[in-house]
Design a protein around this ligand. Sequence first.
Ligand code: ADP
Ligand code: MG
Length: 438
Amino acid sequence: MKEKIIEALKAKLNRRVWESWFSTFDVKDIQDNVVVFQVGNLFIKDWLEKKYGQLIAKTLREVFDKPVEYRIEYTSIQQDIDDNDEPVVKKRPLILTPLNPILTFENFVVGPNNMFAYSACLEVAKNPGKYNPLFLYGGVGLGKTHLIQAIGHYLFKYQPDLRVIYLTSERFLNELVDSIKKGKVQEFREKFRTKIDVLLLDDIQFLTGKMGIQMELFHTFNDLYNAGKQIVICSDRDPSDLNGFQDRLISRFQMGVVAKLEKPDEETSFKIARKMVEIEGGQLDEEVLRLVARYFSDNLRRLRGSIVKLLMHQQITGEQVNCETAKQLLDINPVGRNLNLSDKLIYALCEEFSVSPQELLGNSRRKDIIIARQIGIYVAKNVLGLSLRQVAELFNKSHPTVSHAIEKVKELLESQNQEIKSKVEKISKMISVKAYGQ
Ligand code: ADP
Ligand code: MG
């Protein structure tokens, strides 16, 4: 009877599903009206109950010709079903590009900018296949690789029998090219389409315009997806902005959960900076941390680079880095250095108003940014003596916007607005003093 049940189930599933999910599945016992199955992995038990519960019930009904209950038990069985000389842990993790040990969930600081992406990744790590595929995107240095690798670490730790692959798209392409050269495309396909449980594919934008590999990915994707295998993809842009990608691939990327990573706010970048220092095992002044966190929040890779540089400096000189030294070492806010006056103006505004150059020169309508911008425009025109055209170019704004800003600040000054007056004076002073702050 046991064989009969297994055979009947096997007949209902395709080989790949069977091998992936039912390889440790067996009938343990048949009691009165209950069939007890056993599997060798808790996660697989949950998965089978969720995904194949109905199919199992239906099969049993057919085999016994009446409704029969069943239960799946989890027993950590040794690999007695192993028919060749493979290692005891049958499903060894496959890692193509080794994971960076730092990039774990524990080391990831959660803030409003990444909360959704973080939760989605954690959920996927806990329940692979639940959100399929998971598509992560965001600008350079915002934490995509960190999160996708964190999924890998988590799975290796908690579900070591799942076969997980992390690799960049470039590596994926190279593997394919290699296999073609060696006449082993079939092996490549088998490996990616049938031998893995979780595919973590980083930097998908690298495949832009490369149609051959996209076709390969398309089939890999379909096979894995149909077998319920988790796929996670990282990209520097939204799926719909992936020009040079086949539409059918794009629509597959959008099929599951799409999560965006945004630039962190000031407080979150500060916490990230603090975490980075902690990981490096060093110590930096809080003020210095705030300074670098603010300047490099656009790209956390640069933030990390800066922190490492400052820590190294401290180690070599044996002296605690202060804000002034940090600015010099990192070339931030180089007011008074070899910059032209307009650049000095931008840096002075950023310093005084605690905004980033991107914000200042962008289109944000945040009140503090607008004020900084208007004062900057006024100073550029009336203190630096730039032409309207030059000011418009410097601030990346239209003529009318620039004229309006100048009028606005002029009015405020005429009405004796002390705050604006002192800001204008301070900024003017900052750009004409040799080295501000010394
Ligand atoms: P991306 O892949 O998006 O270009 P990375 O994942 O490589 O970015 O992140 C750049 C750096 O910033 C890495 O050192 C990473 O550990 C760090 N990082 C990014 N986001 C966070 C975060 N929320 N908490 C801690 N470190 C982070
Ligand atoms: Mg990356």
